[in-house]
Structures are given as structure tokens and as C-alpha cells.
Design a protein around this ligand. Structure first.
Ligand code: ZN
Ligand code: ZN
Length: 430
């Protein structure tokens, strides 16, 4: 292999950054608290493959959506099959639900997933090409029952709350059943065609290809026209309207604050009924932390049982932008065991082995030079305890135990060190 020259070094792909230890710790914290919430709600985990047949996504997400039109990472495998990196999680979960016959195992399949998704978008704050989602799906829920709509929203709010995110705002809307939506699309199209020349180029195209997407446009002129256009909530049939009222009523009674957003339609085709988005005011243009809704027709359309479903996904990177700094985890370094001279290494290795048997996190470092610079670094790393092992200590059968906070140091046996560290830990956590 040819060596790369210095000014031609390897770089990660644009929009696909490394997650370094500090940030990985924050990811872990969000994932851990989410898992706890899911357990409280009776969800269990599913892990689906990152690569799927392209057709799974084009059919479920919709041909006219931004994702399918221009954001998927698609390629041909060696047998010329079109495959894609998953741009979202729902399609795969539904595919697994149908393929594995999960409806026969559970009355309602409550599944959550955590993992990377891929979309070839222009990277910006809160928008990456490889990003991570925590998602939840309830499949097999009765189509008319509002219980699960409310349960799913409270689940999403709890996940966000447990991650240490304050001031998240819940926005909801209802798209109605497919009849309602067809009726609404027609009304909206008629209204927009009258103003066609005033719409931006994108919206002019979307008016005929996927009219609901016009509602997402950020263009000022378009926004004006949209504000005066018919609202989806005005096209709901009696049943959808009463369901939507029921959801809102229960949220109010539970003390869950929300705003109704008539322009909230979501970028995927499969939604029916209630949709929601959870936003954060600190995030600017890409302010949705989580989003989801009902998709009662998808399982049936994908060749599975005709059952209702509802789900959402939360973007971990975006959620982390909204976590206040004081809630972010700090990396705590363990006990540093410094060995003075290779000849004392065995004694030091024995010490760390003993510590680890007692669940004490520790690292070992051998030095032949001055202690001063190591101690300075240990201080900077906020190590609480440092152990020094040199000729003198080995001869006496002890180690030098240094408490970095108080500056105290004393000679202790390894057993005494373990007792001391453990007793302090009990006091701290008690
Ligand atoms: Zn309806
Ligand atoms: Zn527009």
C-alpha cells in the first residue's frame, strides 16, 4: 500500500464525525436514561440491520419525500440488488414485525431501538449525515383508541425529561384518516394553485407532487400564503376529530403542556391521525428533538396484518445540544498507581489487580523520571487518589497512599487502601 503524505491525511467523511470519549459519555447517559423510561412503559429493544433493500424505504417513506428523492445512501451489492443505509428506523421495525410474525407473540408489540441513521443532507448545526436516533414503536394498537397516542407522547416527554432537557415544547396536529387527508390535499392544492405564481419554485413543484410538503416551507412569501390556506384540522371526519380532541383533553388533564401547530405534517408519507414534534427553543432552525405520530395503514400496506401503529424517534445529537451544561456527565478518572522503576512493576500490577477485584477503577503508569510532572497531570485530571510504589514501599510491604483533595499521604498496605477507598465511597453515596 502506498503511504499517504503528511498533507494528504485521512479524514472522516463530511457530516460523519467521530464521537469522542467526552461526548460518548453524554450519549451513554441519554441512552441509559431512555432505557429506564422504556422499561417503565413495557417496551423491549429491537436491533435491526443498518442495510436494507432500497425498496423497503421508497415504498414506506414515500417516493416524493425529500428522504427518498435525494437523501438516501444507496448502492448495489455484488448481486446487483439495490440496498440502502437506513435513513430512519420505522420501516425496518415494521418489516421485522411482519417478517418475524411478532403479532402472534404479543397483543401489542412495544419496541424501542437505538442506533445510527444516514441521510445525505447538507451538514449544519443539529444536522449530520450519520446521526443517532432513539425510537419507539407500538404496533398492533387499536386504530381508534387514543390511549396509545397519549402513552407514546408521555413516553417521549419522559425520555426527554430524563435526559436532563428542560423547556422542551410539544407541538401536535392531526392529519386525519386517509380519506380526510385526500380531501384536504385536494382543498389545499386548489387554494395554492390560485396563488401559484407567488409560491417559491420548490413549492410550485410540490403543489403537484406532494402538496403537504408546502406546509413545511420556510420562505416568507410561502408562509404568508400557507397561513391563509385551509387547515388540515378543518377536514377531519367526525371520528378523527373526536379522537384528536380526546388526545388533547387527556394531555391537558395529565398536565402535559402542548401547542397546536396546524402546519405540522412531518416529512414522511406514512403518517395518519395524530402527529407531534418536540422542539427546543435553543436549537435554531433545526429545533425538533423528537417527532412521530400514528401510522395506522403502514403495516397493512407493507403486506402485514391490518393493525394500527404509532411511533416516534428522537435525535440524540440534537437532544444533546439541548442538555444544559451542568447536566452533562464528566469523565471521572480512577485511582492512578505510579510505579517508580520497572523493578517494582510486579508489585504494582498486583495492586491494580486487587483494586479491580474490589470494583475500584484504576490505571497504572511506570516512571523513571520525576514524580512532579505526573502529579501535576494527576491534579489536572482531577484524580482523587494516587498510589506511589517505589523501592522503599516494596521493601516495607506498603504503598504510599495520597489523597489529592486533602493532600494527606500515608503508608498503607494494599488491603488497607481498598478498605479506605471503599469506606469513603460509601460515605459519599450515603
Ligand atoms: Zn377521518
Ligand atoms: Zn415555498
Amino acid at each position: 500500500m502506498k503511504k499517504k503524505s503528511k498533507n494528504n491525511t485521512y479524514r472522516s467523511l463530511r457530516g460523519m464525525p467521530d464521537i469522542l470519549p467526552q461526548e460518548a459519555g453524554a450519549f451513554y447517559m441519554v441512552e441509559k436514561s431512555a432505557r429506564k423510561v422504556f422499561r417503565m412503559f413495557g417496551f423491549t429493544e429491537i436491533r435491526t440491520p443498518i442495510l436494507e433493500e432500497t425498496v423497503l424505504f421508497t415504498r414506506s417513506i414515500g417516493e416524493d419525500t425529500d428522504i427518498v428523492e435525494k437523501e438516501m445512501y444507496s448502492l448495489k451489492d455484488r448481486s446487483e440488488k439495490e440496498i440502502s443505509l437506513r435513513p430512519e428506523g420505522t420501516a425496518s421495525v415494521i418489516r421485522a414485525f411482519i417478517e418475524r410474525g411478532l403479532d402472534k407473540e404479543n397483543n401489542i408489540s412495544k419496541l424501542f431501538y437505538i442506533g445510527p441513521m444516514f441521510r445525505s443532507e447538507r451538514p449544519q448545526k443539529g444536522r449530520l449525515r450519520q446521526f443517532h436516533q432513539i425510537g419507539a414503536e407500538m404496533i398492533g394498537v387499536p386504530k381508534g383508541s387514543i390511549c396509545y397516542d397519549v402513552e407514546l407522547i408521555t413516553n417521549a416527554m419522559s425520555v426527554i425529561d430524563s435526559a436532563g432537557i428542560e423547556k422542551a415544547e410539544l407541538n401536535i396536529n392531526s392529519l386525519g384518516c386517509s380519506d380526510d387527508r385526500e380531501k384536504y390535499k385536494k382543498m389545499l392544492k386548489e387554494a395554492l394553485l390560485k396563488k401559484k405564481d407567488e409560491l417559491c419554485e420548490n413549492c410550485q413543484r410540490r403543489t403537484s407532487s406532494n402538496v403537504l410538503r408546502v406546509l413545511d416551507c420556510k420562505n416568507k412569501e410561502c408562509k404568508h400564503i400557507i397561513a391563509a390556506a385551509p387547515k388540515v384540522s378543518d377536514s377531519l371526519c367526525e371520528e378523527c376529530s373526536s379522537n384528536y380532541c380526546g388526545v388533547k383533553d387527556n394531555l391537558k388533564k395529565l398536565g402535559v403542556k402542548f401547542k397546536e401547530n396546524h402546519n405540522l405534517v412531518r416529512g414522511l408519507d406514512y403518517y395518519t391521525g395524530m402527529v407531534f414534534e418536540i422542539n427546543h427553543p435553543s436549537l435554531g432552525a433545526q429545533d425538533a428533538i423528537a417527532a412521530g405520530g400514528r401510522y395506522d395503514d403502514l403495516a397493512g400496506e407493507m403486506g402485514g396484518p391490518d393493525v394500527g401503529a404509532i411511533g416516534y424517534a428522537l435525535g440524540i445529537e440534537r437532544a444533546l445540544l439541548a442538555v444544559s451544561d451542568e447536566k452533562k456527565p464528566v469523565i471521572v478518572k480512577g485511582v492512578l498507581v505510579i510505579v517508580l522503576g520497572e523493578e517494582n512493576l510486579t508489585e504494582a500490577l498486583r495492586t491494580v489487580q486487587k483494586f479491580r477485584e474490589h470494583d475500584i477503577s484504576c490505571e497504572i503508569e511506570v516512571t523513571t523520571s520525576s514524580l512532579k510532572s505526573i502529579m501535576k497531570r494527576a491534579n489536572k485530571e482531577k484524580r482523587e487518589k494516587v498510589i506511589i510504589i517505589g523501592d522503599q514501599e516494596v521493601n516495607k510491604g506498603v504503598v504510599l497512599f495520597k489523597d489529592m483533595e486533602t493532600g494527606d499521604q500515608e503508608e498503607l498496605t494494599i488491603g488497607e487502601c481498598v478498605e479506605k477507598i471503599k469506606s469513603q465511597r460509601v460515605r459519599e453515596s450515603g
